[in-house]
Design a protein around this ligand. Sequence first.
Ligand SMILES: Nc1ncnc2c1ncn2[C@@H]1O[C@H](COP(=O)(O)OP(=O)(O)OP(=O)(O)O)[C@@H](O)[C@H]1O
Length: 232
Amino acid sequence: MLKVQGLNTYYGQVCALEDMNIHVKEREAVSVIGANGAGKSTLLKSIMGEVKPKSGEIKLVDKTITNSRTFRLVNHGMTLVPEGRQVFPYLSVWDNLILGGYTLNQKDRAKMAEEVSEPFPILRERKNQMAGLLSGGEQQMLAIARAMMVSPKLLLLDEPSMGLSPRLVYEVYEKITELHQRGTTILLVDQNAEMAIDFCDRAYVLMAGRLVGEGTKQELKDTEIVRKSYLG
Ligand SMILES: Nc1ncnc2c1ncn2[C@@H]1O[C@H](COP(=O)(O)OP(=O)(O)OP(=O)(O)O)[C@@H](O)[C@H]1O
């Protein structure tokens, strides 16, 4: 479904991604792990058209999407749940959902908001409250549900566990797993290697902008460097 080949991304003179090659098959759950500054967010931003790669190719299904505008990629069936959630704190939970469906017509937006909030009862209970009053975990659920408003074929998630207590991290991953089981293909990046590896079918390991490992969940768990460096 997604193929990234020989991708190089720079911020000025700083090389953030070097010769990056990853792929995600339809219905797969793929994780990318790595420490602070490894290039995980840059990878998602490059895929999502938020950062312009210097060279390389990105394909979504059979279409080359390198340098496509973000809103076009949403129309092609790909959405990103950004790092830090970025909900609109002074808008209601419901209006945050509705905004996620900006490419839909008004009637479909309301219908989709009903649909995407179904796996998240807390969002329904608090639909009229300001989103900023939700807990961090609830805001993460809202950001995920908002991204689901356009029924993405491929959902990208940037650090879904960021700033959450272990219990909330577990709950958020439970929801992501549920979405995957319902048929959404997922690519996520997370510093929380334990959760990210447990969740996925396959994972990649990034270090200083380069790919240093890849494999199935079990292969990575059995790799000494992954166990020592990322799984504690
Ligand atoms: N806007 C920017 N301008 C300059 N350098 C940047 C910019 N954004 C990221 N970088 C640099 O690019 C490298 C990769 O950063 P990136 O945010 O992709 O890493 P990350 O793995 O997502 O880290 P984190 O988990 O801390 O978000 C780092 O060296 C970072 O300092």
